[in-house]
Design a protein around this ligand. Structure first.
Ligand SMILES: Cc1ncc(COP(=O)(O)O)c(C=O)c1O
Length: 415
């Protein structure tokens, strides 16, 4: 007899599909494919030896504690270290403002769990991080989206979106995934003021902030909010929940991220985290602390920046050499991605299949919009951190063949 699992799935799981990117990654793992699809860091930069030493040290000096259950909030020395590091960026957090999560992805799930009732709308950038959408969808989220340009979320559409009373807004101010864009300082101030005016809390997702390759660091929304709006109150943290992660600076496989929020909100997240996984792996937290300490993380981030800056430059150069003039792309000042815009009429799913025939992959732009929110133009997200410089050049050359063929099929007499 059939077990009939399907008929027993909860209603909230209806319409949830496996993430487009996960399915794509399977195809793009073929060795002959140059993949710009995943958001993968360069494997060559993983500090494998430092991890090896750290594991040995943790096991020999704190073996039993590191293998024991731990506090749901996370390992205290690691939370202290995170609070100290964030202070350099102006984020004044105490240890009770910091919750360790199993990657930022878990933070997004916990946010959905805590804040979203079925039918609530979340204000998102269009396009937005494609992993946030399934995390929020399962709680029945709807969306109101605000388009972005090179300077991030466009403020002229913001006020109308805020007036429609979203439950919260989800913003990626630094080197946005997928746009590669950065919210300008002026827009940051205006966004924080507008959000406060309409009483809409902000979730600031910042996995890439440390990976800046040019220009000056800009103040995080969580800092602008506190310094400008909450000066006379005792709060360190106000209207903004801030997320970050070790995935891009140490290694994504350790699944370590954190969130910063007022202590009462952290307590609520702790209750939800207890239901999810009790706590993030104790052993991993001990090891990450040991790896990051004594200035290693800073030194390592400097190294990653120089590797990724070169790869970004190689990709930008190859795009201007090989791509047709109808295509435009963003110039990311940091992070892992850039965003290509192609003329109206190009079907990016068809282009994706054509690109795979040339043994090159990207993520089609329509994956980054909430349901029914696709723009009329076609987009591609290209990752520049994972492939080696010479592969990047070759991959862009191959991709340009697929793009030109699609353009020719649109305008057969194009010269
Ligand atoms: C914007 C954004 N948020 C969250 C995540 C998830 O990161 P983590 O590996 O910490 O779960 C990613 C991963 O690429 C991301 O780009």
């Amino acid at each position: 007899m059939s077990t009939g699992w399907t008929s027993r799935y909860a209603l909230r799981t209806k319409g949830i599909k496996s993430s487009a990117i996960r399915e794509l990654l399977k195809i793009t793992q073929r060795p002959e494919v140059i993949s710009f699809a995943g958001g993968l860091p360069a494997p060559e930069v993983f500090p494998v030896e430092r991890f090896q030493e750290a594991c040995q040290k943790v096991l020999s000096t704190k073996g039993a504690c590191s293998l024991q259950y731990g506090a749901s909030e996370g390992y205290e020395p690691l939370r202290e270290m995170i609070a100290r590091n964030m202070a350099r960026y102006g984020i004044r957090a105490n240890i009770d403002n910091v919750l360790i999560t199993s990657g930022s992805q878990q933070a997004l799930d916990l946010i959905g769990k805590l804040l979203i009732n079925s039918g609530d709308r979340v204000l998102v950038e269009a396009p937005t991080y494609l992993g946030a959408l399934p995390a929020f969808n399962v709680y029945g989220a709807g969306y109101v989206s605000v388009p972005i340009d090179e300077d991030g979320l466009r403020n002229e559409s913001l006020e109308a979106a805020l007036r429609s009373e979203p439950k919260f807004m989800y913003v990626l101010p630094n080197f946005q995934n997928p746009g590669g864009t950065t919210l300008s300082e002026g827009r940051r101030h205006e966004l924080v003021v507008q959000a406060d005016k309409y009483g809409i809390p902000i979730v600031e997702d910042d996995p890439y902030g440390q990976l800046r390759y040019e220009g000056e660091h800009l103040p995080p929304l969580i800092v602008i909010d506190r310094e400008n709006l909450r000066r006379d109150k005792e709060y360190l943290i106000g209207n903004v929940i801030y997320l970050s992660t070790f995935s891009k600076t140490l290694a994504p496989g350790i699944r370590l991220g954190w969130m910063v929020a007022p202590p009462d909100v952290i307590s609520k997240f702790v209750q939800l985290k207890q239901g999810a996984d009790l706590h993030t792996s104790t052993f991993t937290q001990y090891v990450a602390y040991e790896v990051a300490r004594d200035g290693f993380l800073d030194e390592h981030v400097r190294h990653i920046r120089s590797v990724y800056r070169e790869r970004r430059d190689v990709m930008l150069q190859a795009l201007s050499e090989f791509f047709p003039p109808e295509a435009t792309w963003t110039h990311p000042r940091g992070g892992l991605f850039l965003w290509v815009t192609l003329p109206e009429g190009i079907d990016c799913q068809r282009l994706f299949r054509a690109a795979l025939r040339e043994n090159v992959a990207f993520v089609p732009g329509d994956s980054f919009y909430p349901r029914n929110g696709h723009p009329p133009t076609a987009h591609m997200r290209l990752n520049f951190s994972n492939a080696q410089p010479e592969q990047i050049r070759e991959g862009i050359r191959r991709l340009s063949i697929a793009v030109k063929a699609q353009l020719d099929s649109l305008h057969p007499v194009r010269v």
